[in-house]
Ligand binder design. Sequence first.
Ligand code: NAD
Length: 368
Amino acid sequence: MNITKKLVVIIGYGGMGSYHGKLIKGSESLEVVGAYDVLTERQAAATEDGYHAYESYEAVLNDSKVDVVVIATPNDIHKDLAIRAMRAGKHIVCEKPVTLCRADFEEMMSVADETGRVLMVHQNRRWDEDFLIIKSMYDQHTIGDLFQIESRVHGANGIPGDWRRIEAYGGGMLLDWGVHLLDQLIVMIDSKITSVTGRLSFILGDEVDDGFEAFLQFENGVTAVVEVGTTNFITLPRWYVKGLEGSAIIEDWSLKGRMVTRNNEVERIEPKPIQAGVGLTKTMAPPSEGSTITEALPAAYEHASSFYDNFAAVIQGSAEPIVKNVEVLRVLNLIEAVFEAGRTREVVKDFDIYESKSDSEVPSFPVC
Ligand code: NAD
């Protein structure tokens, strides 16, 4: 079947803009034809990659052949660029964080409603294999009900680049990596967040946070720690989770990890006390031999489609978006609560805009 491809232009041809070109390559329904960047050298890079470099943003908006605009600029201008493009009849893929605050995204959502354009935020880390393993364990109760989830990304390079260090551009790690890790949690845990506490790190002396810790309590009893650090010369595991029957760990992006569960086949033997430091302990002694089972991590869920296949299907009206705008809005609202908790050093409650997904007819994560 000969499908007419929707034509795409990338706005902001930096690190992520050029990556979008690679993501779309090979798509049956989308084709990148152009790019626009305010920097001459990035315009040249787009030309080298085989795209038409538009002379201005207006030129992109005035080109009636363009169906889709992908926005990959610094965060503070996403809203303005997206609203103008939707009003010019274009569908939008927008990088994360879509806006710096919830109210701005509400404005974008209402323009999407008014114009009937598709607006989808690139929350691509919903496709990360490490996350999909943990999500599978959560849903399948592989180590019993998960009740404690710790999700961390650690680096030692400080805040990268230029604009990410500036508040006005929407810099800082809570808006940068935080938006991914919090998004993963709310996709995984279908329960209201009842309280949040948090701590923002300004150890590098930048005007924005160089990392943060957020502690979340969900109504269903799950607690979560989300941490982003850029001053960690020794890193903690990407994921550490505890279930009623065991614990699991994913060390890093290589997915090295394991799960250890209670062996219900053997009779429980009281552990023997061990020497620990200058004292004795039975509580912290390793479990007796044979009383636990160590196994490889389960396989990750597989998404039914890639981000861009899903986006193209949403434009055609044949699929629901995997990344829903109400979820994006909820994460922005949660980020505001973490900022408030960090600023006030208080527990923030009664903020979550949660809607249960349990009656949804379109599961985002079909089991493979
Ligand atoms: P970058 O600095 O490498 O690129 C941004 C580009 O936008 C630059 O080339 C800059 O010249 C251009 N630009 C600035 N203002 C512009 C304007 N008005 N019109 C056109 N171009 C403009 O930054 P980056 O790392 O590519 O980040 C871009 C966006 O992508 C950010 O929102 C960031 O949070 C997001 N991002 C997402 C992921 C992900 O995994 N989803 C990863 C990295 C970055």
